[in-house]
Every structure is written in structure tokens, then in C-alpha cells.
Ligand binder design. Structure first.
Ligand code: IDC
Length: 467
């Protein structure tokens, strides 16, 4: 591959200036910038900017550079706040890279767009001082080998209306920057219930249930991903396409459960998410859920896992929302006697993320609702899984508790996915056993009590704001 490497200006300046008339000591300054394009496509690209401080330590810094072409724009950045004025781009630090020791580097990333050519940026400066360094314009990542095949989502569908999502404060926002709530269903374990996910069942989910969301529960153990990584990765990708074709969001759930320590699956998570995020980067309908239900581990361990997996996703798919599981089976720590404060006080160092909360209505009642009602004002939450029954997945439907929960989630516009869109022989399943052997997913005759209740909630009209 042809590599275009150019050395930028070579004047790292040691400014130890002392003015004789007014004695003062200025900090030594200097910097190095390595600018790399990691991938490029028609009219757009992703770039990494590594800025190394070669001078004295700085707290609070400003990196600037210039685009040679008027059509070049920064679209969205991470690990810094990026803005553009005319042809000059400015990057300001975020909390955790505000201070740069001597020799320390900040890795800033962004997605950019261009109209004509995409010439190299110039004049990199840190706090006004010109940096040395290199600009590499040849993409390091080859284009996806398995390009998306399904047509874009139709107008009027949840993805057609809302487009690319992002986290805004404690909410999930649509392309108009307005808060929305997504309501949908979770698959059962793909290793057991794949037969339930086909053209007829997904048509029913989109058209009859009017669901906004399909969560794909890819177990890692229990006969899941670890037994056939490429097979389960393909299965997830095809469900992403099937959801997209019907205008539904797809939540890719890395369904860790036993063992509960997500770091046990860290390498598998990195491999899996690198693959699905690269393959699905151009899609607007994908949300990543990186660990279903951490249990028996501290929040610090979960946070560390998240901070290792999220950069892998961001490198491939920079603008997607990522959801982080929480302590005590994604109970925000409540099932371990803690609460959301441990997250508020020590959040994951990443932007555009939400935190998972799970409940089973017959097991988790008022005390859990009290915490969620409060946590909803402090953290972006997504109920990526809940059941209308007990936490075993079985037992009777608790209608009163389920209704109280869904009313609470509606009030806060918290998205949710119900366990499960399957015909498992357990109270949480939406369909009666044997349904997935047939072709009818639409009549009321195939629904369980839980299925009928949840369908009645999900199928009410969405009122997504469009301006
Ligand atoms: C349950 C299934 C059950 C399966 C079991 C295997 O309903 O058929 O035998 O997993 O581990 C969760 C988990 C989810 C559980 C569900 C119900 O995320 O995997 O599914 N549950 O127990 N957390 C709380 C409840």
C-alpha cells in the first residue's frame, strides 16, 4: 500500500524566554503530532490524532490545525471536544486528558467529511506552538470484506425517522437531538432459539408489535459464541440486516452471564466487537451492549473491562451508542447492596455511552423502582432486558409490577427490551411453546400472557420528535 508520509514543520521550540525588563520564567513548550487516517470511504474518513507533549507539563490545552480544502469538515470527535471555524479545527481536552505530563500523549479521534479532495491537514499547534510530527493519509483499515447488503430503512420506520442515535445528557437522542424512547424485544439465546428469528417473525415484530428494537442475545458460554465465533458473528450480522430492512434498531448483546466477571471474556469481546463494528459501521441502526449481566465483580472491574472494549468499537464504528452492564446482574449494584452512586462517582471514561438496568417484575419491585427513578436523573439508562415474571425467567406474570415499571420507564423515556421474543417453555416467553415451528406470529392465539401484555405496551404509537 502506498504510504504518504510527510514531516510537518520541524521547529519544536524550547521557549525559555526571559525578558530582561520584566523577569519571568515561561514553561518550556513543544509537541509532536501523529495524524493517521484509519479508514476512508466516499466523502468521509476516520482519523486519529496523537498529540505528544514534549514540553513542561500542561493542564488545559488547545490543539489546532488547518484544512487546505474548503470542503473538509470535522463531523464528530471523541476523547476531545472538536470544533471548526472556517478552515481551522480546534480540539479541547476532556476531563481525563486535561493534564499532559512531559512525554504524555492524548489520542484524539474523529470522523471527517470532504467534498473534493482530502488533502493533508497542516499547521498543527499545541497552545499556539507548532508541532513536529507526521501525517499519514493512507487508510490502515481495509474496507469491510462483508459489506452490508440490505436496503436502507424506509421512511416512517423507527430508524427512518430517528436515524443515527446519540446520548444527550441522561437521554437517548435522535438525529434531531431530541430525546426518544425505544421499545422492543430481546431474542432468547441464539444457540437455542434461532428458529424463532425468520422473515415471518421479524415482520410480525416490526408490523404488528410496531417494535423499535430487536436485541440479539448472543450468549458467550452455555453453547454460545465461544463454541463457534464465526458462526455466531454471522448470525448476529444477519439479524442486524433483518432488523435494518424493517427499520428497527438492533442491539448487539454480548450475553455474558456465567462466569459473571466480564474480563473472563475480554479477548473474545475484543475480537467479536472489532468484527461486528467494522462490518456494521456504516449502519445507523446498531447499538452495542458489551456485557449482559456482570455479577460477582466490582464496579471497578466492569469499568476497566468497558474501557478496554469501547475503544475497539470506537476505532471501527465511532458514532454508535454503547451500553455498559452494571454490577449485580445489571441492577446498578442494587442486588449487591449498592446503588447508582458508585457509577456516578466513577463513570466509564468514554462518551456516547449508557448504563444497563435489568429487572424481573415479580422479583424486583418498589425498592428497585425507587433507585431507578432517582438514577434516571443522574445517568443515561437503558433497560436492555426485563421480564414480567421472576428472575428465573419463569413463574406467573406480575401484571401490577410490570405496569408500574413500564409507566416509570415511559415517564423517563428509558428504552427497553423484553425477555423474550421466543417460544421457550417459560413464563417470560412471548409465544406459546411450539409457535416457532409454524408460521403464525401474528394472531393472539400464539401469545402467552406475558406476550399479550408486552405487545399491548410496545405497539402503541411512537411519537418521535422530528424537529
Ligand atoms: C435464562 C433463560 C433460560 C435459560 C437461562 C440460562 O430464560 O431459559 O435456561 O437463562 O442461563 C437473566 C439473564 C438471562 C436469563 C434470564 C431469566 O440475562 O440470560 O435467561 N435472566 O433467568 N438475568 C435475569 C434473568
Amino acid at each position: 500500500m502506498k504510504r504518504l508520509t510527510a514531516l510537518l514543520a520541524t521547529c519544536a521550540t524550547g521557549l525559555g524566554l526571559i525578558a530582561l525588563s520584566a523577569p519571568q520564567v515561561s514553561a518550556a513548550t513543544g509537541c509532536k503530532v501523529d495524524y493517521t487516517i484509519t479508514s476512508q470511504w466516499q466523502g468521509g474518513f476516520q482519523a486519529g490524532v496523537k498529540v505528544t507533549n514534549l514540553g513542561d507539563p500542561v493542564t488545559g490545552w488547545k490543539l489546532t490545525f488547518d484544512w487546505p480544502d474548503a470542503g473538509q469538515k470535522v463531523v464528530q470527535g471523541w476523547n476531545a471536544t472538536l470544533s471548526q471555524s472556517g478552515s481551522t479545527v480546534t480540539a479541547a481536552p476532556v476531563d481525563w486528558n486535561r493534564t499532559l505530563a512531559t512525554g504524555a500523549a492524548a489520542d484524539v479521534g474523529f470522523v471527517g467529511s470532504f467534498t473534493g479532495a482530502n488533502p493533508k491537514p497542516t499547521s498543527f499547534k499545541l497552545n499556539g506552538v507548532t508541532c513536529t510530527g507526521s501525517v499519514d493519509q493512507s487508510p490502515t483499515t481495509p474496507p469491510p470484506t462483508d459489506p452490508p447488503t440490505s436496503p436502507p430503512p424506509a421512511n416512517g420506520t423507527p430508524v427512518g425517522v430517528n436515524g443515527q442515535l446519540r446520548v444527550c445528557g441522561v437521554n437517548l437522542c435522535n438525529q434531531y437531538n431530541r430525546p426518544i424512547q425505544l421499545r422492543g424485544m430481546s431474542t432468547h439465546g441464539l444457540q437455542w432459539f434461532s428458529k424463532c428469528y425468520n422473515t415471518a417473525s421479524l415482520d410480525a415484530l416490526a408490523k404488528d408489535w410496531k417494535a423499535d428494537l430487536l436485541r440479539t442475545a448472543m450468549y458467550v458460554q452455555e453453547g454460545g459464541y465461544e463454541t463457534d465465533p464465526s458462526g455466531f458473528t454471522s448470525k448476529v450480522n444477519s439479524l442486524v440486516d433483518m432488523a435494518e430492512a424493517r427499520g428497527m434498531y438492533a442491539m448487539i448483546d454480548f450475553h455474558t452471564l456465567t462466569p459473571g466477571d466480564p474480563t473472563y471474556n475480554l479477548d473474545r469481546a475484543k475480537t467479536f466487537f472489532k468484527s461486528v463494528a467494522t462490518r456494521n459501521a456504516a449502519k445507523k441502526n446498531v447499538i452495542y451492549e458489551i456485557a449482559n449481566e456482570p455479577n460477582g465483580v466490582s464496579w471497578a472491574t466492569i469499568k476497566s473491562y468497558a474501557e478496554q472494549v469501547i475503544p475497539v468499537i470506537r476505532a471501527a464504528d465511532p458514532d454508535a451508542v454503547v451500553i455498559v452492564g452494571t454490577r449485580g446482574w445489571s441492577s446498578l449494584g442494587v442486588s449487591d447492596g449498592a446503588d447508582e452512586s458508585e457509577i456516578v462517582n466513577n463513570p466509564v471514561n468514554a462518551t456516547n455511552i449508557m448504563y444497563a438496568f435489568h429487572f424481573y417484575a415479580a422479583s424486583h419491585t418498589d425498592s428497585y423502582r425507587t433507585v431507578v427513578n432517582r438514577a434516571a436523573t443522574r445517568l443515561p439508562l437503558f433497560v436492555t432486558e426485563f421480564g414480567s415474571v421472576t428472575y428465573t425467567g419463569g413463574g406467573a406474570v406480575d401484571r401490577a409490577s410490570t405496569t408500574a415499571w413500564l409507566d416509570l420507564l415511559d415517564r423517563h423515556k428509558i428504552g427497553y427490551a423484553n425477555w423474550t421474543y421466543s417460544d421457550a417453555d417459560e413464563g417470560s416467553a412471548a409465544f406459546k411453546p411450539g409457535t416457532c415451528n409454524g408460521t403464525d406470529y401474528s394472531s393472539s392465539a400464539v401469545l402467552t400472557e406475558s406476550g399479550a401484555l408486552i405487545k399491548s405496551r410496545i405497539s402503541t404509537a411512537d411519537s418521535f420528535p422530528t424537529s
